[in-house]
Design a protein around this ligand. Sequence first.
Ligand code: ADP
Ligand code: ADP
Length: 232
Amino acid sequence: QPLVHMQNIVKEYFIGDQVIRALNDVTLDIWPGEFVAIMGPSGSGKSTMMNVMGCLDVPTSGTYVLDGVAVSTLSEDELASVRNQKIGFIFQSFNLLPRTTALENVELPMLYMGVPPRQRRERAMEALEQVGLKERAYNRPNELSGGQQQRVAIARALVNQPNIILGDEPTGALDSKTTEDILALLHQLHGQGNTIILVTHDAEVGRHAERVIRFRDGRVESDTAAAYEGER
Ligand code: ADP
Ligand code: ADP
């Protein structure tokens, strides 16, 4: 069964008496283990797609089934619960809590899930090790480089073993060398069986994905399997 099943998804925003159709009849499936880049020009609907896919917002109409759960009909609370269980987010600006250590940042999603403290600490440390940052566990975000902060954010995204790692311009704030490092890490996680979906303007990110879904004017303009050109 597909991890993401979207059928005839429409998302409209209402500003006064004006209607903006940000997603216009989108139908797509994403399967477990895929590495997908969602691309397209500014205003094409990428952020809206990310919000709907990540259960941050509900579509105006259409069907969205995430890992077998029909999410298009859930309440806010149910949506939040599905989101916490099934999705690990990474963002352009990392979104780490500034006054807490890397380790505590990674523990945070488990706090919401009610995991006991000792186990939280162990699993957070494992996740930091997985992203190569164990030795920075007790540093705060402002003591880390951008690439290191994004690694912490990736560890935080991974720690509840989500079905999808969903990234919104995850390399947008990074220089090209650091972008390569982060993409290499995402590749490695993909190789371990994680499903990765990145919303991005960055052609470099698109080149690393197995599949590129390109949006234009709220519709899927193209959906292509893309051979990765660099070394893995
Ligand atoms: P992208 O991420 O590709 O730039 P968006 O999904 O942000 O595209 O935007 C798609 C369209 O929907 C644009 O016309 C944008 O102005 C509009 N839009 C996005 N979010 C909102 C919102 N919260 N309220 C009103 N219009 C929105
Ligand atoms: P991106 O840089 O990812 O394309 P945008 O700058 O289009 O993002 O949008 C940033 C945020 O503002 C998004 O959460 C989007 O939903 C919201 N937004 C975009 N366009 C509008 C709009 N016309 N009115 C209100 N909110 C908008």
